[in-house]
Ligand binder design. Structure first.
Ligand SMILES: C=CC1=C(C)c2cc3[nH]c(cc4nc(cc5[nH]c(cc1n2)c(C)c5CCC(=O)O)C(CCC(=O)O)=C4C)c(C)c3C=C
Ligand SMILES: [Fe+2]
Ligand SMILES: [Fe+2]
Length: 337
């Protein structure tokens, strides 16, 4: 093999098939991760294995069945396409691989393959633009758990976040180019939610609420997921020219009430009740379309919006493997190795 530089793209992961058994296995691996349900081990085991997984698996399976395509789960399909395009653009100096934090292709198996290439450098690039311990942090930890046991540890490089790169913002603008915000009554930026407790844990001093995370992104809150989401929104809105009064930020997919607010589903209902007829929705925490975008926003929020008087909810597609996103990924890689 000529390539002496390996790139490992990592996304969250998805069940192997839309069946209750496979969804249970996926949810169990995912939610037993101490970075995802960050409580004491006994409490986590009881909560996850005794309550959340048994109740959630049948419900989630139904929506995974709606999401599934002939080629499989969109998260994997988009990831594979991205990997191929990045590989093609980078050429034979690099070898590009894709792994999922949960289920397949697993981080240990893909790293075993990379080990066999005997490369000088490895770059780990989690496909999450904003850092969260439960997504990026967990992916990086899983990689380190494997590599720490290697006899030869090559030069290891890690990307923690990149939401404020101009090329990433440009890629978001490209994904939205087919939609003119002026044709919509309002714009919602909906991010994956997090327990407030987890957001607070990035601070050495004070809590998120002691900082000014809705208004400014700076040295103090540089790893605060909430601050990063607000900054991402400002950058995209400025780039596209959406005035401040025309957009709102919300957080979706909560497991309980103590997650970041406002909740996107409640906002969608409010917008419709206020008389908004057309709503444009961005979801910049996801780089690939998945259950959370296609089903939660595209189907479930659309239903809420229409039930309450709205007429049209338009989801902006994720970056998937669009050309400017491929360029961004290649730029991130080439700047580092
Ligand atoms: C932005 C990245 C993500 C963060 C941060 C994140 C945190 C997080 N998620 C859950 C619980 C669930 N998430 C689920 C699906 C899911 N989550 C992400 C991304 C982030 N999660 C993606 C890309 C997906 C979709 C995967 C797919 O197969 O398409 C699910 C499973 C679906 C369901 O049953 O609703 C759960 C559960 C927690 C608890 C959490 C942080 C604490
Ligand atoms: Fe999630
Ligand atoms: Fe914060």
């Amino acid at each position: 093999m000529k390539a002496n530089k390996a790139v490992l793209l990592v996304n969250l992961g998805t069940p192997k098939a839309p069946t209750v058994g496979k969804v249970r296995k996926y949810l169990s691996q995912f939610l037993n991760d101490p970075r995802v349900i960050d409580i004491n081990p006994v409490g986590r085991a009881v909560l996850v294995n005794g309550i959340i997984v048994p109740f959630r698996a049948p419900k989630s399976t139904k929506i995974y069945k709606e999401l599934w395509t002939e080629e499989g789960s969109p998260l994997i399909i988009h990831g594979e396409k991205l990997k191929e395009k990045v590989q093609q653009q980078l050429g034979d100096e690099y070898v590009v691989e894709l792994a999922m934090r949960y289920q397949e292709p697993s981080i240990p198996k893909v790293l075993e393959k990379i080990k066999s290439y005997n490369v000088k450098e490895i770059l780990v690039l989690p496909l999450f633009p904003q850092y969260a311990s439960s997504s990026t942090g967990s992916a990086i930890q899983a990689v380190m758990e494997v590599i720490k046991n290697w006899w030869v540890i090559p030069e290891l490089k890690i990307v923690s976040q990149y939401f404020d790169r101009p090329d990433y913002i440009e890629a978001q603008a490209e994904a939205a180019a087919a939609y003119n915000h002026e044709d919509y009554d309002h714009v919602l930026f909906s991010y994956h939610g997090l327990p407030v407790r987890q957001v607070d844990k990035v601070y050495n001093e004070g809590l998120c609420s002691d900082h000014h995370c809705e208004d400014a992104y700076d040295r103090e809150n540089q790893f605060c997921y909430k601050a990063a989401c607000f900054e991402t929104t400002r950058l995209i809105a400025n780039r596209i020219g959406i005035p401040e009064e025309k957009y709102t930020i919300g957080f979706q997919s909560r497991l309980d009430k103590k997650w970041l607010t406002p909740f996107s589903d409640e906002l969608v209902e409010e917008f419709a009740k206020k008389g908004h007829k057309k709503l444009l929705v961005f979801s910049p925490a996801f780089t690939a379309d998945c259950l959370e975008t296609t089903i939660e926003i595209g189907d479930e929020y659309d239903e809420i919006f229409k039930e309450n008087g709205g007429e049209h909810l338009q989801l902006v597609p994720s970056l998937n493997s669009n050309p400017k996103w491929v360029d961004t990924v290649c730029n991130i890689i080439k700047e580092r190795m």
